[in-house]
Ligand binder design. Structure first.
Ligand SMILES: Cc1ncc(COP(=O)(O)O)c(C=O)c1O
Length: 482
């Protein structure tokens, strides 16, 4: 079914089902109905998943990796024994590493520090070199992962596939994923839903399917905050999808709808699919399924909605599938007496009081005084913040010290005197955990849905206990007196 070129034939394999190499296992992935999810969500249409986990590298990225390397070999951009350099969050790296192993190339991968540590180990396991760069820098900063990749490519005379610009990326999906979907649904597919990163999958598949049936609906799923769904490109936690710029394959005329999905819904859906269907999927797969469920619910019984699952949940065990991590970011509630209860009782001001890194120390002091607080988080931009936008904290003791040493500190930028970030606690985490953290830190930053929403101090906990003690002290049957 797949049109990816096979290795040269060896007559000894004739009549066997032995593939010539692992490259011949790329593509032709199965389609499976999401039966249990259909029942739970009362979906009238047929909802099926394209299982890209069945590729040898475990993701949809094996397809563009192969196509980009074959094209580069054909036109001489990649020569025998050459080096491949690519900035990638992991999956494209695995695909390139697999094809490179078969065809004798070296690989160097450049990634941001947002990526799960097991993804780095995975690429190293294929023998690749991995260079990690900070995520919290501007794209044109020399430390940004795009710039580092540019420099390494020049230094090593390497081939850079550049999946964000390379037309062979969408072409791989036009040549393989699209035809597979058409054949597997007997030409009856009505809706295709996929996450957008480089937009290679969505655009390649859309170009093929539209040729066959101009009425097919193409739906992009996108993380809240990403530019595709109208965000400003500010950070989110789902990996591998969404962008802060428009890649070459972005073609909005092809997309009927672009649905923004929050980190929380993406992660909870990934967990739901894994548990209810027995199909372990990652956060970006959860995001695509969350969008597909909306599409499939609004579709008719005759419709066939296909969602593409790009990779497995195995790469995200320490995040999406770790209850502690999920609770710490405020995605899960651990118990009844949680941090959120304290905040609703003890805090008059419900929104986060913060300073920007370029605000003055004078401004920070004023805020502390008017709000009667002793610590402020330092956050970039304006609310609602992402956890990655918190750059530090200021504390009244630190400010006092700074000004005592140099009175002109009053008018300096907060970032020049700020201390480290406050420890974080999830809004649904157990209060006793927060209390033990408050033994070593005077305040905690509270996260809900992955975003900082408040500060929790020792005084807050005391006022909470005071208020429940007041309620407990009420005489039996007694209420507030009139
Ligand atoms: C996990 C994951 N999901 C989805 C995508 C998006 O696919 P595409 O880049 O073809 O838009 C990527 C891309 O890297 C990915 O790694």
């Amino acid at each position: 079914m797949s049109t990816i070129p096979a290795a040269p034939p060896d007559p000894r394999l004739d009549g066997t089902d032995i593939r010539a190499s692992v490259i011949d296992l790329i593509g032709a992935t199965p389609l499976v109905r999401l039966k249990r999810l259909t029942e739970v969500h009362e979906i009238p249409s047929v909802l099926a998943m394209k299982m890209e986990t069945n590729n040898p590298g475990g993701s949809s990225k094996d397809r563009p990796a192969l196509e980009m390397i074959l094209a580069a070999e054909r036109d001489g951009r990649l020569r025998p024994g050459g080096t491949i350099v690519e900035p990638t969050s992991g999956n494209t790296g695995v695909g390139l590493a697999i094809v490179a192993a078969q065809r004798g190339y070296q690989c160097v991968f450049v990634m941001t520090d947002k990526v799960a540590p097991e993804k780095i180990a995975l690429l190293q396991a294929y023998g690749a070199e991995v260079v990690v760069c900070p995520v919290a820098v501007e794209p044109d900063d020399p430390q940004s992962y795009y710039k580092v990749a540019e420099r390494l490519t020049a230094e090593r005379g390497a081939f850079r596939p550049n999946q964000y610009e390379n037309p062979d990326n969408p072409l791989s999906h036009l040549k393989t994923t699209g035809p597979e979907l058409w054949a597997q649904t007997a030409g009856r597919i009505t809706h295709f839903v996929a996450g957008a990163g480089t937009c290679g999958t969505l655009t390649g598949v859309a170009r093929f399917l539209r040729e066959r049936n101009p009425n097919i609906r193409i739906v992009a799923a996108d993380p809240e905050g990403s530019v595709f769904s109208g965000g400003s490109g500010r950070p989110y936690l789902v990996e591998g999808v969404g962008e802060d710029f428009f890649p070459a394959a972005w073609d909005p005329d092809l997309y009927d709808d672009i649905i923004a999905i929050s980190d929380k819904e993406s992660f909870l859906t990934a967990r739901e699919v894994s548990r209810t269907e027995g199909i372990l999927i990652g956060g970006s797969g959860g995001m695509a399924v969350a969008a597909a469920v909306r599409v499939a619910k609004a579709a008719t019984p005759d419709d066939i909605v296909v969602v593409l699952n790009p990779d497995s949940g195995r790469g995200y065990l320490s995040r999406v599938f770790d209850d502690g991590w999920m609770a710490n970011f405020g995605f899960l509630t651990e118990c009844d007496e949680c941090v959120g209860n304290v905040l609703s009782v003890a805090r008059d001001i419900q929104e986060l009081v913060y300073v920007n890194p370029d605000h003055t120390v004078r401004h920070a002091i004023e805020l502390m005084r008017t709000n009667a607080i002793s610590q402020l988080p330092v956050c970039k931009n304006t609310p609602p913040f992402a956890a990655a936008e918190v750059s530090g904290a200021v504390d009244e003791l630190e400010l006092m010290d700074a000004i005592a040493r140099d009175s002109s500190a009053m008018d300096t930028r907060v970032e020049t005197v700020m201390g480290p970030k406050l420890p974080t606690v999830g809004i649904g985490q157990r209060l006793d955990r927060a209390i033990s953290m408050l033994e070593t830190s005077p305040a905690l930053l509270v996260l809900s849905g992955g975003r900082p929403v408040s500060i929790l101090t020792r005084t807050d906990v005391l006022s909470y206990y005071e208020s429940i003690a007041d309620v407990d002290d009420l005489p039996a049957g007694g209420g507030a007196s009139g």
